[in-house]
Design a protein around this ligand. Structure first.
Ligand code: PLP
Length: 415
């Protein structure tokens, strides 16, 4: 473990911030990690809630092991039950508008095809070049199958999408626009209401990727008039590796949209084993087959924590943590080759902040060896995500000091 060569910056202030933090007790609701380990990578895989192992144990031993007879049918409506809770706690959506069952990529595929079908005569799909690769791959396939065009607009990888660029790309051939509410790289947070309005005024539909937003920032899908959304549950929602993604469709669109992977879970009479497919009238029409019940159940633990904390308080602490990190970094890291590579105003970011450093690729594993866990993103970015429910303010000066010292040593060694 690294010992610091300079005094820790701002440790007293951090202690006062911890003492005044209403969410501080939530730290004890997570699986304990070594005292020296500082996890600032909540945007890639959320920490393990302490409640999760017991939840899964009960399901495996009790539900599956002891109650085998009913095990097959017991969870038929779980995708919807979990969806309803996600809708209420995190999305500003109504019961019956959200399900969870497939991964984000598959959900994006279903929703993009549904959107194209709902806008007959329009075959252009709009995406931006800063979106996550899987989004672009899926949409390229969807556009090609529709005989249409994938129109890729440019987003500044530091500052995020410019609304004027989006507006200029919209015309009466565009069926659907797919954007990340929070940029996976820069953390730039879009104005959901303004973007949705711009897309609608061109007669197109909006498909939001909420992977870096759900559980990170308060979201109001209904109030913004959003049409479709998908997003990961294993990042800020802490549901664990491979947990299924959410899928949202605005209620008014349920009758007007169908999806391409027609399976028995989406059938009006799932257990009647009819010869032909007849889509359920509700959000269930977006389901396909048996959901991963274990990981779907695991979503509940993180969701309980976020519900108890309240997204407004989670956001307030996230803003305070990232602003504090930014302030410390200005003094301690910028002199050593770091540059803030995202919007400077915390209110215009999600829950992570990103720095550029030309040695990012080499430094990130060195930080990990010193007990500070952050993400490397291409080309030369370091992503810092202090998860509000498990990060102390005092973790940040400690992390900054180690990052600084590791970087100084690396500088000396490489010249
Ligand atoms: C993490 C992430 C995904 C993940 O997709 P999966 O299909 O669930 O693996 C998709 N889109 C974005 C923007 C992401 O950040």
């Amino acid at each position: 473990m690294t010992t610091t060569s300079h005094p820790l910056p701002q440790l007293d202030r951090a202690r006062r911030l911890d003492a005044a933090d209403p969410l501080a007790p939530f730290r004890d609701r997570f699986h304990p990690v070594p005292e020296d380990a500082l996890f600032l990578n909540g945007a890639s895989l959320g920490r393990l809630p302490s409640a999760t192992p017991a939840l899964l144990d009960e399901l495996v031993r009790g539900g599956w092991g002891d109650n085998l007879a009913q095990a097959r049918t017991q969870w038929l409506d779980l995708p919807q039950r979990m969806g309803d809770r996600i809708a209420e706690v995190l999305l500003g959506a109504e019961p019956g508008e959200v399900v969870a069952g497939d991964c984000t990529s598959v959900n994006l595929y279903k929703l993009a095809v549904a959107a194209l079908r709902a806008r007959p005569g329009r075959t252009t799909v709009v995406v931006d070049d800063d979106n996550f690769p899987t989004d672009r791959y899926v949409l390229a396939g969807v556009a090609a199958d529709a005989g249409g065009e994938l129109r890729t607009i440019h987003t500044d990888i530091d500052q995020g999408l410019d609304l004027a660029t989006l507006r200029a790309a919209l015309d009466d051939t565009v069926a659907v626009v797919c954007l990340s509410l929070v940029s996976p790289r820069s953390g730039a947070l879009l104005d959901m209401a303004a973007v949705t309005e711009a897309v609608h005024s061109a007669g197109a539909l909006i498909l939001w990727d909420l992977s870096h937003a759900v559980g990170a920032v308060p979201i109001q899908l209904n109030a913004c008039g959003a049409d479709f959304a998908a997003g990961s549950t294993y990042k800020h929602l802490m549901a664990g590796p491979g947990a299924p993604a959410l899928l949202y469709v605005r209620r008014a669109l349920h009758d007007l949209t169908t999806q391409p992977i027609q399976g028995w879970y989406g059938h009006r009479e799932q257990l009647a084993m009819r010869p032909g497919y007849d889509p359920d009238p509700t959000i269930r029409r977006f389901l396909t087959g048996s959901p991963p019940v274990l990981s779907l159940t695991a979503i509940g633990a993180g969701l309980d924590l976020l519900a108890e904390a309240g997204m407004d308080r989670v956001r307030a602490k996230s803003l305070a943590l990232t602003a504090f990190f930014q302030e410390l970094a200005e003094r301690e890291l910028l002199p050593h080759g770091f540059r803030l590579a995202g919007p400077p105003d915390p209110a215009q970011r999600g829950a992570h902040l990103t720095y550029e450093h030309r040695a990012a690729r080499e430094l990130v594993p060195l930080f990990a060896a010193a007990g500070v866990f952050v993400d490397h993103s291409l080309p030369d970015r370091i992503r810092i995500t202090p998860a509000p429910l498990s990060t102390r303010f005092t973790d940040l000066p400690r992390a900054i000091a180690r990052i600084r010292d590791v970087t100084i040593r690396h500088e000396r060694k490489t010249g």
